[in-house]
Design a binder for this molecule. Structure first.
Ligand code: NDP
Length: 288
């Protein structure tokens, strides 16, 4: 079997088209949605991510403002900026780019952002809503992107065995909760660094979500015939021409899977589309 590709770029472009028309309706009735991105320090990868988010805003018609805080800023500088942005009626979404310098309390900062402006979906109220079965609010972007990709396959997940490798607050754990929601109805297993017999768990899974950050850690032979594979991992490795990005799942897994996401061009673009979706949603609930 050669897997069909779940093309995150194409799906993301479709989502952007839909968002564009929602934004233009808002512009004619009030104003464009407004996203504020805050970045602390000069981590090169973070600057690339922020630039990609700004470009997406531009394509869709979302106004974006960026605050660059110097690397020697302290927690209080960021706290006062967030307080200001929380109170600003002209701001719909606030995103603080991760990672923050190690002297910052990143979770504490997340908790300061007003939940209805938390377009990353990381505030405990927004994460907690998922546990209560409410999925109509600010969902964390990568897990909701994963769900949109699964939905795009048209495959029913009801009763299917889904394995999520990784239990982080921002990817693995919320993805597992979304898969187990009523209406999706997958039977979910969460694996992590202390899990045993990962190979057996993988071989038994109809849906495999890898969110670890270890290049090619899932060998192709571990993938069950006909499985759906969502590879969240983004790993930069050396290659002939310098370096390239690869996922957590061996590329050859497409020989076994029925559906698979590419890296790059899979979950990455969908994460940005979901951020844009949250921003438009935040603005609509404020303005419409
Ligand atoms: P974290 O480092 O926060 O979490 C990694 C998880 O993997 C942890 O739960 C860890 O377990 C688990 N793990 C580590 N080693 C093993 C192992 N040998 N076997 C099984 N589980 C293991 O990472 P994130 O969740 O933030 O990100 C995961 C990957 O996804 C990274 O490559 C990241 O770059 C990528 N990513 C991609 C995004 C996209 O848009 N495509 C967005 C966000 C992340 P334990 O809890 O026990 O430590």
């Amino acid at each position: 079997m050669v897997a069909r590709i779940i093309d995150g770029k194409r799906l993301g472009a479709e989502i952007e088209e839909e968002l564009k028309s929602r934004v233009s309706r808002m512009v004619s009735s009030s104003r464009a949605p407004h996203l504020v991105v805050v970045i602390v320090g000069d981590d090169p990868a973070s600057h690339v991510y922020v630039r990609n988010k700004e470009r997406a805003c531009k394509r869709i018609g979302i106004r974006s403002t960026r605050y660059d805080l110097p690397g020697d800023s302290v927690q209080d500088d960021l706290v006062s900026l967030i307080q200001e942005l929380n109170d600003d009626q002209d701001v719909d979404g606030i995103l603080v780019q991760s990672p923050l310098p190690s002297s910052f309390d990143e979770i504490g900062i997340t908790e300061m952002i007003r939940p209805d402006k938390d377009v990353d979906g990381f505030h405990p109220i927004n994460l907690g809503r998922i546990v209560t079965g409410k999925t109509d609010g600010m969902l964390p972007c990568t897990p909701s992107g994963i769900m949109r990709m699964l939905e795009s396959t048209g495959e029913s997940l009801a009763g299917k065995k889904a394995l999520v490798i990784g239990r982080s607050r921002i990817v693995g754990m919320p993805a597992a909760l979304l898969l187990a929601q009523r209406g999706i109805d997958a039977t979910v297993t969460i694996a992590h660094s202390r899990s045993k017999e990962l190979e057996l768990l993988c071989r038994d899974s109809d849906v495999l979500i890898a969110a670890v950050g270890r290049p090619g850690m899932v060998p192709r032979e571990w993938v069950k015939d006909g499985a759906i594979v969502i590879d969240v991992g983004i790993n930069r490795v050396k290659s002939e021409g310098g370096s390239k990005l690869i996922g957590d799942v061996d590329e050859g897994a497409s020989e076994y899977a029925k559906w698979i996401t590419p890296v790059p061009g899979g979950v990455g673009p969908m994460t940005i589309s979901m951020l844009m979706t949250n921003t438009v949603r935040a603005a609509e609930s404020r303005l419409c």
